[in-house]
Design a protein around this ligand. Structure first.
Ligand SMILES: Cc1cc2nc3c(=O)[nH]c(=O)nc-3n(C[C@H](O)[C@H](O)[C@H](O)COP(=O)(O)OP(=O)(O)OC[C@H]3O[C@@H](n4cnc5c(N)ncnc54)[C@H](O)[C@@H]3O)c2cc1C
Length: 388
């Protein structure tokens, strides 16, 4: 439709913000605002489709693949407006992770087959990387894929697979050569239809009581040979590039901004902004969030220019997730006795769930690669510090 071809980058920031705000206000359901959890596909599908029809579902994608080709500044404006009215996180791994990966490493046939259904909301993706005994040491993964005619046969198990219950597809790391010299050398990157026979999904409940991830079992699951992305046994490079896109997504100021908004409401209602000690801590966190926004824009711009994300994107992930934790901790302090109450509390007419941001911020230093491991990456590959 015509909106998809509008040159959004040519608009002034103010006009663009006005247009985005009006669309979000008019189309995003009241009942899904400021939810303390990720959105399930069944509840957010109409919203996803509304964005897709508007041509706004993939702000960062190039126009040729159905995206907006949007400048980093305008992407931040969209994020800010999403935060303002409390738009929740949809199952977005197609848009933020596997989509950009297929653009970069997929064949023309794979791009044609897999990219349009992401834009249309027909394919929902999940990530099959971690296994019960392979997390930080991902290269030790044991799920296998063996060639049989025109197919690969997959056996093994993946764990902590976010939103797998809603996913139609999984991108999966599998071992295709057990005898390779280095473990990384025998891994391949494949695409898998979750409706394939032999897949069992067992949901796992998190500390907040939500079932957002699961363990997935593969019992002789077949996927066509053309679902292999890149070369056989060369999936590690693709896996790492995808993690770069994932860390960029995790490093977005979206989550910390959400926590800051909640913090400001509670602090105002309790008169804490007049307390110089509290105001000092609040201002510091606000400045840290501004720094995060600048750093994020730099990386988004690099991706837009088609540059490869280097290992230094780990710094963005560390900073975003640790800031999110510091904000959610101060929110608990600000709420005082209400911090012990689970669910929404009324603060001068504004309802705020003070525990939810705290719970949601805890795993942020684990998923996408733990922050300890990110520090190792920065030490080794960015700072090139000597190793013991
Ligand atoms: C909410 C959530 C969602 C997730 N979603 C997905 C998903 O969709 N798909 C998927 O594939 N995975 C997912 N994961 C898994 C995530 O990627 C792993 O949890 C993470 O990589 C850590 O692996 P692990 O849990 O096995 O911990 P381990 O690797 O066992 O690490 C345990 C502890 O040891 C530390 N550690 C390990 N090695 C080192 C080292 N070399 N140096 C210093 N410290 C070290 C770690 O930092 C950590 O504190 C998710 C995790 C969470 C919490």
């Amino acid at each position: 439709m015509s909106e998809a071809r509008t040159d959004w980058n040519a608009m002034t920031d103010e006009d663009f913000r006005r247009e985005v705000r009006a669309f979000y206000e008019a189309n995003y359901p009241e009942s899904l605002r400021f939810l303390p959890r990720r959105l399930r596909w069944a509840e957010c599908r109409p919203w996803y489709l509304a964005l897709s029809r508007q041509g706004w579902i993939a702000p960062a994608w190039p126009v040729e693949h159905g995206g907006m080709g949007l400048s980093p500044m305008k992407q931040i404006i969209m994020l800010e407006e999403q935060e303002r009215i409390g738009i929740g996180r949809m199952p977005d791994q197609g848009l933020t992770q596997v989509g950009p990966t297929i653009m970069r490493f997929g064949s023309p046939a794979q791009r044609a087959k897999y990219l349009p259904p992401i834009i249309a909301g027909d394919h929902i993706w999940c990530q099959g990387y971690s296994e019960p005994n392979s997390g930080s040491d991902l290269a030790s993964l044991q799920t296998t894929a063996v060639r049989d005619g025109d197919e690969y046969v997959i056996n093994g198990s993946k764990i902590w697979t976010s939103m797998s219950m809603d996913a139609t597809h999984m991108y999966v790391l599998v071992r295709t050569d057990r005898h390779a010299e280095r473990p990384q050398a025998g891994i391949s990157f494949m695409l898998l239809d979750m409706a394939s026979p032999g897949i069992t999904i067992r949901p796992i409940r998190n500390i907040a009581g939500h079932e957002e991830f699961s363990q997935v079992f593969f019992d002789n699951v077949r996927t066509p040979a053309d679902a292999l992305v890149g070369e056989l046994n060369r999936g590690w490079t693709i896996a790492k590039a995808l993690l770069g896109f994932e860390r960029l997504g995790i490093g977005s100021p979206r989550r910390p901004r959400y926590a800051l908004t909640r913090l400001e409401k509670v602090a105002r209602s309790r008169g804490l902004l007049d307390d110089p000690v509290f105001a000092d801590r609040f201002a510091q966190l606000r400045l840290d969030l501004a720094d995060l926004g600048s750093l994020y824009r730099r990386y988004v711009d690099a991706v837009r220019r088609g540059e490869e994300l280097g290992p230094d994107v780990s710094i963005l992930k560390i900073w975003a997730m640790e800031l999110n934790q510091r904000l959610s901790e101060l929110l608990l302090e600000a709420a005082d006795e209400h911090a012990a109450v689970s669910g929404a509390t009324d603060f001068d007419g504004e309802t705020v769930d003070v525990l939810a941001p705290f719970y949601m911020s805890r795993p942020g230093t684990i998923y996408g690669g733990s922050n300890e491991v990110q520090r190792n990456i920065v030490a080794k590959r960015v700072l090139r510090l000597p190793q013991e």
